[in-house]
Design a protein around this ligand. Structure first.
Ligand code: SAJ
Length: 444
């Protein structure tokens, strides 16, 4: 039996040892889906706090129930360690580490490089490695593979001894209908044999695996998915600016267009683009294209529009207060919702930070409430703030000169808020028809 066949056999009879490198919002659900399907899975993460929490049988990922972690751990199917040396025992490793941006706006590849450096110490014959982190096309072939084979010095032949692939993660935090198990998974290999091995592995735990011809095709497919979203969100954000100038209700326009049963996909305007994917991933593509002397115009324009939305929101709040004989300076503002999207506990890249900072700079006394986010810390400006207690919410709503809805969590009682508030700026159309009909509400 060839090395490839032996490895496929171990993956198909689930005697293979699986390592998930990076146990965050992507790695943990992936580890769980493999363990649920009978694989022996070891999560490897340098953050000892994560490991300690896991060892107590507690899940630190909102989308993964603690009961699941405890059950799989008890069944001996899922364990965690902070020790990278455990990689030496693994037959198959998925890399699920962050790919943020540097302050300069360039890709921060440090997490992929560090994970690959560690893994390269333990790579052995008969191992399959899948990179899941969203990154620019060429990362797997030009950066990761030379490091894993130590530029050929390891003597391992890719496609015969060692199998390397890229498979983009498609986790949508907070979503329950499409999960890691039932969301189709694209898989591109450094060689056809690499794709064959990784497809055999993932098909043992994920409902649909979609092989493509190369790692670049898989890397680019992910960037298309997220660039598509970022540009369309930028377009509706600009539509909101145009409708405001035209005196047309952008929410009504979008709802009307969305009645078209084909050829249209609904996006809604908002206070800006949050999350660790949509505002960031397309900039990995535009950075790579700049390296190749090509300017990705759509990405640059959409990024400019989306980045400007917090400032636009604050200008609209100022204008609405002015219409009411007030201003921001010295007045009380209550921001509702600071998570980057509704019903989740994540604030990464949330536009709420910029909206709050801008209003504070104009002298407003700003407080916030978010049922999911007890504290926020503005890293660049250094200020910290805690959510007002739930018990004080209605009193604070009534006492605020302006209530500004930034994130429309489902569990707010919008009717009660409307009754109590003096004035509401609704950047998400959270109030819907109620808001449209009320003198107290101005919508984006
Ligand atoms: N947003 C808008 N208008 C919209 C949709 C979203 O302003 O019409 C904003 C959201 O408020 C949020 C940001 O854009 O601040 C990103 O929203 P998102 O719904 O794309 O949420 P993410 O980033 O958590 O998840 C996305 C996935 N979302 C969906 O497919 C719905 C998906 O693109 C990826 O699987 C995931 O990023 C990823 O990890 O790449």
């Amino acid at each position: 039996m060839t090395t490839k066949d032996t490895l496929i056999q171990k993956l198909q009879d689930k005697t293979a040892k699986i390592g998930i490198l990076g146990m965050g919002y992507v790695g943990m659900p992936l580890a769980v889906v493999f363990a649920e399907k009978g694989f022996n899975v070891l999560g490897i993460d340098p953050d000892q706090r994560k490991v300690d929490t896991f060892k107590k049988g507690i899940s630190y990922i909102q989308d993964v129930p603690t009961e699941t972690v405890a059950r799989l751990q008890k069944a001996g199917k899922l364990d965690m360690t902070a020790d990278f040396a455990a990689l030496a025992e693994m037959d198959a490793v998925s890399i699920c580490v962050p790919t943020p941006l540097r302050k300069t706006g360039d890709p921060d590849m440090s997490f992929i490089v560090s994970a690959t450096e560690q893994l390269s110490k333990y790579v052995h014959k008969g191992m399959v490695i899948v990179l899941e982190s969203t990154t620019y096309p060429g990362t797997t072939r030009e950066l990761m593979t030379p490091m894993l084979t130590r530029n050929g010095e390891s003597g391992l032949v890719v496609g015969e001894d060692l199998f390397i692939c890229f498979s983009p993660e498609r986790v949508d935090p907070g979503r329950e209908d499409w999960t890691t198990y039932n969301t189709p998974k694209v898989m591109g290999g450094m060689t056809a044999a690499c794709a064959e091995v990784a497809t055999a592995w993932y098909a043992g735990a994920i409902e649909t695996v979609v092989p493509v011809s190369s790692v670049e095709a898989a890397e680019m497919a992910k960037l298309l998915e997220n660039t598509f979203r970022m540009i369309n969100i930028g377009m509706v954000n600009e539509l909101a600016l145009m409708c405001e100038r035209l005196g047309v209700d952008v929410w009504e326009v979008i709802d009307a267009a969305a009645t078209k049963p084909f050829g249209f996909m609904k996006f809604t305007p908002g206070p800006g683009l949050g999350g660790h994917c949509i505002p960031i991933d397309p900039l990995y593509l535009s950075w790579k294209m700049k390296e190749m002397n090509y300017n990705a115009k759509f990405i640059e324009l959409a990024s400019e529009i989306n980045t400007n939305m917090p400032r636009y929101v604050v200008s609209r709040v100022l204008e609405a207060l002015n219409d009411r004989g007030k201003t921001l300076k010295g007045n009380k503002v209550l921001v509702l919702g600071v998570a980057y999207k509704p019903d989740i506990d994540d604030v990464r890249e949330s536009p709420a930070f910029d909206v709050i900072a801008l209003m504070m700079k104009k002298g407003a006394k700003v407080e916030y409430h978010d049922p999911y986010i007890p504290h926020i810390h503005h890293e660049h400006e250094g200020w910290k703030m805690s959510s007002i207690p739930d018990a004080d919410l209605m009193e604070k709503v009534a006492g605020a000169d302006a209530v500004v809805i930034i994130t429309n969590h489902k569990n707010y009682d919008y009717k009660a808020i409307l009754d109590k508030a003096q004035f509401i700026f609704d950047s998400r159309n959270a109030m819907g028809k109620m808001g449209k009909a009320s003198e107290k509400v101005v919508r984006l």
